[in-house]
Design a protein around this ligand. Structure first.
Ligand SMILES: *Cc1c(COP(=O)(O)O)cnc(C)c1O
Length: 422
């Protein structure tokens, strides 16, 4: 559910026409709907209203500080995977006691930064990392709350690049070894305090069963640990709930909530969630301008001014983003096409630089605007300067107003910190 709609033949974000925004900020630009962000946060929060829980938004999905602030204002915390994300979250005003820190490769300086900040817990991904955290905490005379990220070996049935809970994946520690590590920590590591169990199995998951399978395993671990006298207070379920990009039948958070609540009844625990995509994915679009159209011998091409450096998902995962014309001659136009079959491609010098392949589309002409839908998650946050393209600006719409929440980069920004030498 989102608040991007046609009014007549003009496409709007909430109460503001996309054309009007583009007139002021240019293209390509990311546009987010504040009302959609709030709605998504509350849909998730309400799904767990009957049990103690904490929503730690996964910063990497979209790390703009205005987006972070939106969720923080609603009472949310964050899930971070780097010192840079911690910095952003603190700038946005997060309560350190609502920060969890995931990732397989935390550096010593990042661990130190997080300890000094006083975060809730580290989601530990290897035995060596566990010892490193203990060592650094000891030097700083701090205690580190930890959860071990267990790898439950369940198949999330999603794209292989975003599956993380299989034995062959680099993430987490397998179950029996994880239990040994908890016991080792309790007996030997005086500066880490095991307080949680963590499990994140992947992303864009559109079925409940993989979560249920993972939950079965983590519950067993929790009861084993409690029998060992380790006081587990938090069960971190990670993120991963999928969204509808095209025709996926993604479960509503309330369905996920019911399954999780039923399965954890009597466990007496605070649930932590790290949702990313489901919070921001459908709350953002990427607006781009058609530069040229061209008829090849085999294909039609619509060449636009956004590229894989702005939105990498199609190149990375072959993923689908719906395309809507910002203005269409036959209102109301919202079915997504039919007039031509074309590839939508960007200016970057790679054949992987595309947004759509063989897509039925309205007959876009040079100068017209198109919206790439569902671009709020892993869109701007994955963007780069490849081909020396300044990164797009980001805009937040709130009712009838809009604000630039990140300026378009300039050519000067492109060479910031570079030295020409002699
Ligand atoms: C990426 C990630 C998330 C968020 O995943 P979504 O699919 O966007 O909800 C949560 N936790 C961890 C550890 C992650 O790596």
């Amino acid at each position: 559910m989102h608040f991007f709609t046609y009014k007549g033949n003009k496409f709007y974000a909430e109460g503001v026409s996309i054309e009007k925004i583009v007139k002021e900020v240019g293209t390509p630009c990311y546009i987010y709907s504040h009302k959609t962000l709030i709605r998504h946060y509350h849909a998730f929060d309400e799904a767990f209203a009957s049990v103690p829980h904490l929503i730690c938004y996964s910063v990497k999905a979209n790390s703009n500080i205005a987006i972070l602030k939106t969720f923080i204002n609603e009472g949310g915390g964050v899930d971070i995977v780097s010192g840079g994300e911690l910095y952003r979250a603190l700038k946005a005003g997060v309560n350190p006691k609502k920060v969890v820190y995931s990732g397989v490769g935390k550096r010593a300086d990042e661990i130190e930064y997080a300890l000094k900040t006083g975060i809730l817990m580290f989601n530990v991904e290897s035995p060596e990392e566990l010892r490193a955290i203990d060592r650094i905490a000891k030097r700083l005379k701090k205690k580190a709350g930890i959860a071990i990220r267990v790898n439950p070996d369940v198949d999330p049935k999603t794209h292989p690049y975003i599956s993380t809970g299989l034995k062959k994946n680099k993430f987490g520690i397998e179950t029996s070894r994880a239990i040994q590590e908890y016991v080792y920590a309790k007996n030997n590591l005086k500066n880490v305090i095991p307080i949680g169990v963590d499990c994140h199995i992947g992303s864009q998951i559109t079925q409940i069963s993989p979560f249920a399978d993972a939950l079965k395993k983590t519950k067993q671990i929790i009861s084993t640990l409690r029998n060992e006298g380790i006081d587990i207070k938090y069960l971190d379920m990670g993120g991963g709930l999928g969204i509808t990009y095209k025709d996926e039948d993604a479960p509503h958070p309330s369905k996920y909530g019911k399954a999780v609540i039923d399965a954890t009844k009597g466990l007496n625990i605070t649930l932590i969630f790290e949702p990313g995509r489901i919070m921001v994915g459908n709350a953002g679009i990427l607006v781009t301008k058609v530069l040229y159209t061209k008829q090849g011998t085999e294909k039609n091409f619509v060449i636009v001014d956004a590229a894989m450096n702005d939105l990498a998902r199609p190149s990375l995962y072959g993923s689908y983003h719906a395309i809507k014309p910002v203005t269409h001659p036959t209102p109301p136009f919202n079915k997504g096409g039919g007039e031509i079959i074309a590839d939508v491609v960007g200016p970057v010098c790679e054949s992987g630089d595309f947004f759509a392949k063989d897509r039925p589309l309205p007959a876009f002409k040079s100068g017209e605007l198109m919206a790439l839908m569902s671009a709020g998650a892993y869109g701007f946050s994955m963007s780069s300067n490849y081909n020396s393209r300044p990164r797009a600006c980001e805009v937040m719409v709130k009712g009838n107003k809009f604000s630039i929440i990140r300026e378009r980069e300039s050519y000067k920004d492109l060479i910031k910190g570079e030295k020409r030498l002699k």
